[in-house]
Design a protein around this ligand. Structure first.
Ligand SMILES: [Zn+2]
Length: 295
C-alpha cells in the first residue's frame, strides 16, 4: 500500500535483468527476471506507468493517481531479451539510458572489472588509467568511484578479450527505438563526470549523443548522470550536458519527483532498484512521501 495517493510521480531505475547464473550477473547492477516481474506486478497495482516524457514534462497528469516511469541504465542486452517482452505484453512504456562505448564496443569498465576481478594485470591497468594506487586493487570499482581521475589515459585503458554479448549493439538500439522505447544518454564511457578533465568531459557528453542521433535519427533529450549521486557530478558537468541540447537531466537521489522538478530546469530524481524485495521497494517509495523526509 502507498501511504498517500495524490498525483505523486516517480522515476525508477534498473540496470540488468538476468538470471543469477548468467555470466555477467552481479549484485551491483542485476535483478533476476522473477524479481523484476514481482516489481512490475506491484507497480501496476500502485501506479499508472507512463512514458518518462509524461513524468518529466507533463504538468497536467490527472490527480488522484500516482505515476511512475521505468528506466534502464547502461544498455544491457537483457533489456531487449528480458525486459521488452515482459513490458510489451503489458503495454508498459520505458526508457533506456545508453553508454555509447558499450553500444559501439560491447564493453563497460564496470562490467569489465566485475568480470576481471581475478585478473591482476587488467585491474592494475584500470587503476593506472584512473590514477589510483595498487593498494586500491582490493575494491577497484569502489576506489575509482571514490577517488579515480578520468584522464585521456582512460580511453586507452586495457580491454578484456571478446566474450559473450552483454550490451545492446546498434541494431538492438534501432529495434528498441522502433518498438517505441525512449532512448536517452548515460555518458559515453560511464565516467564520473566530476572527476573528468575537460577533454574527457566533452567526449562523455557529446559522443553518445552523436551516436544515438546516428542510430535513431533524433538527438536524445534525456540524460541520466552516471552513478548519479552528488559526488559524481558537478555544476560544470550539468552545464556541459544542457549545452548539448539535453532538456532533462536525471540523478539518483532516491526521491519522488516534486512539482518544481517537473519541466527540466532542475535535476530529476530517480529511485534505483536491483534485487530488492517488494517490501523493500514499498519502503523506499513510501519514505519519500513522508512530510518531513527530505532526501
Ligand atoms: Zn550506469
Amino acid at each position: 500500500m502507498l501511504r498517500v495517493s495524490k498525483g505523486n510521480r516517480f522515476v525508477f531505475c534498473y540496470h540488468d535483468v538476468s538470471a543469477a547464473d548468467a555470466p555477467h550477473h552481479s549484485w551491483r547492477y542485476s535483478t533476476t527476471p522473477a524479481r523484476f516481474k514481482e516489481h512490475i506486478d506491484l507497480f501496476q497495482q500502485l501506479f499508472a506507468i507512463v512514458p518518462l516524457e509524461a513524468i518529466a514534462n507533463d504538468r497536467d497528469l490527472p490527480t488522484g493517481r500516482n505515476y511512475a516511469a521505468l528506466t534502464f541504465d547502461d544498455g544491457f542486452h537483457s533489456v531487449l531479451t528480458d525486459v521488452l517482452p515482459l513490458l510489451k505484453a503489458s503495454r508498459l512504456p520505458f526508457t533506456v539510458f545508453l553508454n555509447g562505448m558499450a553500444v559501439e564496443h560491447g564493453r563497460s569498465w564496470i562490467t569489465d572489472l566485475v568480470l576481471a576481478a581475478n585478473d591482476p594485470v587488467f585491474v592494475k591497468g584500470m587503476l593506472a588509467a584512473t590514477a589510483l594506487a595498487p593498494a586500491d586493487a582490493a575494491d577497484p570499482i569502489g576506489a575509482i568511484m571514490a577517488r579515480g581521475r578520468f584522464t585521456a589515459a582512460f580511453a586507452d585503458r586495457p580491454v578484456l578479450a571478446a566474450r559473450t554479448k552483454i550490451f545492446l549493439d546498434r541494431d538492438d538500439v534501432r529495434q528498441l527505438h522502433a518498438e517505441g522505447v525512449t532512448i536517452g544518454d548515460h555518458g559515453y564511457a560511464h565516467a564520473v563526470l566530476s572527476r573528468c578533465e575537460a577533454a574527457v568531459l566533452d567526449a562523455e557528453v557529446s559522443t553518445g549523443r552523436d551516436l544515438i542521433r546516428d542510430i535513431t535519427g533524433a538527438a536524445p533529450r534525456h540524460y541520466a548522470l552516471a552513478f548519479g549521486k552528488h559526488e559524481h557530478y558537478d555544476a560544470r558537468a550539468v552545464e556541459a550536458i544542457r549545452q548539448r541540447g539535453y532538456t532533462h537531466v536525471y540523478n539518483t537521489n532516491p526521491n519522488r519527483v516534486r512539482a518544481h522538478e517537473v519541466g527540466g530546469a532542475e535535476l530529476i530524481p530517480r529511485i534505483g532498484f536491483t534485487g530488492d524485495s517488494t517490501d523493500q521497494v514499498l519502503f523506499y517509495v513510501n519514505r519519500t512521501l513522508l512530510r518531513k523526509y527530505a532526501l
